[in-house]
Design a protein around this ligand. Sequence first.
Ligand SMILES: [Zn+2]
Length: 457
Amino acid sequence: MRSEADGVLAVAGGRIVFRGSWPEFARSAAGDTATVIVGDHPRFLLPGFVDTHAHYPQVFSTDAYAGRPGPGTGTGTGERSDGTSGTGERSDGTSGTGQLLDWLQRCIFPAEARLADPDFASAAAAAFCSRRVAAGTTTALVFGSAFPAAQDALFAESVRVGLRTVSGRGVQTVGPAAAAPLITDIDTAIRLCRNEIDRWHGAGDDLVRAAVVPRFALSLAPSDMKSLAGLYGEVRDRGVYFHTHLSENDNGADGEVAATCAAYGIRRYLDAYDGFLGRRSVFAHAVHCHDDELARLAATGSSIAHCPTSQFFLGSGTMPWRSTVASGVTVALGTDVGAGDEWLLSRVAGDCFKAHMSEPGAASIALGPARLLELCTLAGARALDLDDVIGNFDVGKEADVLIVEPHRWPGFAGVLAQAPDSAEALLFSLLLGMREPAIADVLVRGVSVTGPSGATP
Ligand SMILES: [Zn+2]
């Protein structure tokens, strides 16, 4: 970690040309041609945040409640008419835990089906990019919609605003009745993926990249997954990404992990994704992975999008920090909006700190401020194979910058003023105490994305 108490960041042609102190800057030649980022108020400059897992079709689905049975069903988790709580099969066939598979069926599949309406999809795309700007998420790996017009709306809005976006349509070839509007046969899915890649990969002067995105193993028949891997094999050399979920929820014999292994006839969940591992392959969650799966992820250069806020919400457990990181796999952070209900990645980092502080016994760890900042920035860049382009303020990198003004969030400036006298302690309070209103401006390649042509923060 490097901190400049009275620092200068100078940008020319969208790249960082100087980073250091004012006296150094005055002696350098960088000031001749560069734009200097400075302001009237005390402010902090941070690298733009990199969210490695967020669901665009769930932009309006944060804080959706799946735990309570519908009126008159009389069973399920939650308060019943007799005032007790219980679990069991409900009249709609869901299990009643309120966890992942219930939440998908009851809340998410119906919400995602609404993006079939192009007008609704345009509003969703605008809202999604706007929320990202407000949260300083300059780069995101985005789980896409099943509907081509909705994906066009997302990519077009991202280019208009000037954000970095990697995304691909969510592929689903099998599923429950609630998912029917999102399902296509595999030939249609591959045709639509190919078309999306051809049209959008590299768009917006390369701010936009395409990905192949099966929702998760259970949303494709094993033979369909194999066909999709064939497509990925054709396009991966073009820099196309792969993104999906892995071992998220394991609530017993009918949970996601057991159901996946049974459906695919495999020993390990990760085996369902044969043909997809490698650089630019990012797996969300990895809560219940075995050591041999983690070793395989690490050996192939694949990455994990760790989503602690979402894992709290769905009762998925916690990705074990020490054993996961010990495998050598790259771990970055994801909001997992909408199971995650925080858009601001530093809030997710705060949940990450709390989750791993709360792991039992010797597994407990107090993650340091520099590590938390890295999780919000450079680790995400590394997961997206962009760490030579973004992720910190190294000279030569593209200037993705958050400008934080503490006075904009009531009480925040006072908290920071009382932080212990060290850069690390200040950074810790800055990251965990920050809220969206404190973000005064957001730059991508040195250009504000909050201005008149950008989104409204
Ligand atoms: Zn997710």
